[in-house]
Design a protein. Structure first.
Length: 367
């Protein structure tokens, strides 16, 4: 099946980046855009990123071969309902929401027979939002989870995987509930814990504000995600409520266990609690290289092309900047931006590298 007409509903960071990636890598495609923000829509059309700017939802979907739903996760089930009767048979519908079970259930409930749905979740993003923040290489070397329905034909999944691979993404197929369980563990629960920690310490009596003055790197690292968009995390938390509540119960059990060790002055229990955590964390491959030293990390926004990493390494070497570690992030939804992470042993080296790379046109984000 030819996916020539591609409709993108929502032209924010993800939708805009998707449109730009398709325009760059699939120039023969016709991209139809829709957004309630007229500025996003007009800019994308003026730049030639979309070939058609739809004024209404019906116009955006009625002739599409594939439809990407790129609106906030809490709005997607109702969006599916709103467009269901306007989609022609044979069309593929997919989304970019960060939870999947509720969205897949809505697709099964509202989409007529002959319309094929595949849930999607690109593990990519930056600390910025909106169309102006969108970039054509956002999905390069990033995992892109797909959660098809049980009834989804193999050819539909194959076509979607081919499209995503063409823009540089790495498709992974997963069952919807398993996806929500996994992202609940590695993303949603950590956000709740970070917010809970911040809320808890605010209640500690400290009239001279020593907490704020003494909060160091470790505390800031584990609470960084508490600064995320509250409205977005309201929607994500509620859309994955069943999994999240169960995970919170596990977290409470762990805290209760540790509290009992402290109350009982159980030295072995306390040590074992930390040892179990250390052993598992040290086994994580993406963290292993960063666990040995308190390095300072610079995230660099790079395109996937031959020689780019060598160019950056040579550039820093020419300025006598020592690199301690370098890695590519495939799952970077929670990261500040950029798929290449360069680690330095000290802040002056990081600052110098940032200036050198910025002078060459690279976008960087420090952490």
């Amino acid at each position: 099946m030819s996916l020539q007409k591609i409709s993108i509903l929502g032209l924010g960071l993800i939708g805009g980046s998707l449109a730009k990636a398709i325009r760059r890598n699939l120039p023969g495609s016709i991209v139809i855009g829709f957004d309630t923000n007229n500025e996003y829509l007009d800019t994308a059309f003026r730049e030639g990123i979309i070939q058609e700017a739809a004024a209404k939802l019906q116009e955006a979907v009625e002739h599409a071969d594939i439809i990407f739903l790129c609106t906030p996760v809490g709005t997607i089930p109702q969006l599916i309902k709103a467009i269901a009767e306007d989609i022609r048979k044979g069309t593929i519908v997919t989304d970019v929401g960060s939870t999947k079970t509720a969205i897949v259930n809505a697709a099964e409930r509202y989409l007529p027979h002959g319309i094929f749905f595949v849930g999607g979740h690109p593990m990519a993003g930056t600390e910025h939002s909106g169309y102006k923040a969108s970039i054509p290489h956002l999905f390069e070397n990033a995992y892109y989870v797909l959660t098809p329905l049980a009834s989804t034909p193999a050819w539909v999944l194959d076509n979607l995987k081919a499209l995503l691979s063409s823009i540089g993404a790495i498709p992974l197929v997963m069952e919807p509930r398993l996806h929500d369980r996994i992202v609940g563990c590695i993303s949603h629960l950590p956000h709740v814990v970070a917010a809970a920690l911040i809320n808890a310490i605010q209640k500690v009596d400290d009239p001279q504000h020593f907490k704020e003055r003494l909060a160091a790197g470790g505390f800031r690292d584990i609470t960084r995600i508490a600064s995320s968009n509250p409205l977005m995390w309201r929607d994500i938390s509620l859309s994955n409520g069943e999994q999240l509540v169960e995970l919170i119960d596990h977290m409470i059990d762990n805290l209760s266990e540790f509290r009992n060790y402290i109350n009982d002055n159980d030295r072995h229990g306390v040590e074992n609690f930390f040892s179990r955590a250390k052993a598992f964390r040290d086994s994580l491959p993406t963290l292993q290289s960063l666990a040995l030293a308190p390095y300072h990390h610079l995230y660099v926004d790079v395109e996937d092309r031959p020689g780019i990493i060598g160019k950056i390494a040579s550039l820093l070497g020419q300025h006598s900047i020592n690199i301690k570690n370098l890695r590519i992030i495939h799952s970077r939804e929670e990261e500040p931006g950029g798929c290449l992470v360069i680690s330095f042993s000290d802040v002056p080296s990081l600052d110098k590298a940032r200036k050198v790379l910025a002078a060459q046109g690279f976008r960087t984000y420090a952490k």
